[in-house]
Design a protein around this ligand. Structure first.
Ligand SMILES: CC(C)(COP(=O)(O)OP(=O)(O)OC[C@H]1O[C@@H](n2cnc3c(N)ncnc32)[C@H](O)[C@@H]1OP(=O)(O)O)[C@@H](O)C(=O)NCCC(=O)NCCS
Length: 154
C-alpha cells in the first residue's frame, strides 16, 4: 500500500532517485520535498527499499507534479500508476482543482502512464530540457478523488 513519505525515508528516496533517475535531486532537495507540508510525496516500500515514488507541490489550487519514478527492475507492474493515483487523490482531497507537469516528448513510458491517469497534452515547451528535448505540458482536472479513481482504472 502507498504511504506518505517523510524525512525518515530520505536515504531510500536518494537510492531510488539514483536507480531510476540517475540522481535528479540532491539530499537537500529531497529533504525539502519530504518536510514541506504543501509538498506531498507518496511511495511504495519493499522492506527498506523504496520501489516507487510520486511527489508534487500544491500551489493555490494546482498540484504541480515534480517527480514520478519506479525502480527499473519493477517497471510496467502498475506501481507508477498506484503512487501517482494516490498523490492525485490526496491533492483532490486537499482542494486542488487540477494537476500538471512537464515530461520530455521522448519519454514514451511516462506519457503512457500520464495518459492512463487521465492527463492530456496542453502545450509544448520547445527546448525545455538541457539536452534540447521539448517538454510536453500534461494537464488534468481533479474534481474529486472518485473521478481520479475512475480515470485511473478505465
Ligand atoms: C514513467 C514510469 C514512472 C512509469 O512507471 P511504471 O510503474 O512502469 O508504469 P505502470 O506500470 O504503472 O504503467 C502505467 C501505464 O503506462 C504504460 N507503460 C508504462 N511503461 C511503458 C512503456 N515503456 N511503453 C509503453 N507503455 C508503458 C503501462 O502499460 C500502463 O498502461 P496500461 O494500464 O494500459 O497497461 C517509469 O517508467 C519510470 O520510473 N521511468 C523513469 C523515470 C521517469 O521517466 N519518470 C517520469 C518523469 S516525467
Amino acid at each position: 500500500m502507498a504511504l506518505e513519505l517523510g524525512l525518515e525515508h530520505l536515504p531510500a528516496c536518494l537510492a531510488l532517485d539514483q536507480r531510476a533517475l540517475g540522481g535528479l535531486w540532491t539530499a537537500a532537495q529531497w529533504s525539502s520535498e519530504l518536510q514541506e507540508p504543501r509538498r506531498p510525496c507518496w511511495g511504495l516500500l519493499e522492506g527498506e527499499q523504496l520501489i516507487a515514488v510520486a511527489c508534487g507541490w500544491l500551489v493555490v489550487d494546482e498540484l504541480h507534479i515534480t517527480v514520478v519514478a519506479v525502480d527499473p527492475a519493477r517497471q510496467r507492474q502498475g506501481l507508477g500508476r498506484r503512487v501517482l493515483e494516490r498523490l492525485l487523490e490526496q491533492a483532490a482531497a486537499l482542494g486542488a482543482a487540477h494537476a500538471t507537469l512537464e515530461v520530455a516528448a521522448s519519454n514514451g513510458a511516462a506519457l503512457a502512464l500520464y495518459g492512463r491517469c487521465g492527463f492530456s497534452t496542453a502545450g509544448v515547451r520547445r527546448g525545455y530540457y538541457r539536452n534540447g528535448d521539448d517538454a510536453l505540458v500534461q494537464w488534468r482536472r481533479l474534481h474529486d478523488a472518485q473521478e481520479v479513481r475512475i480515470a485511473a482504472h478505465s
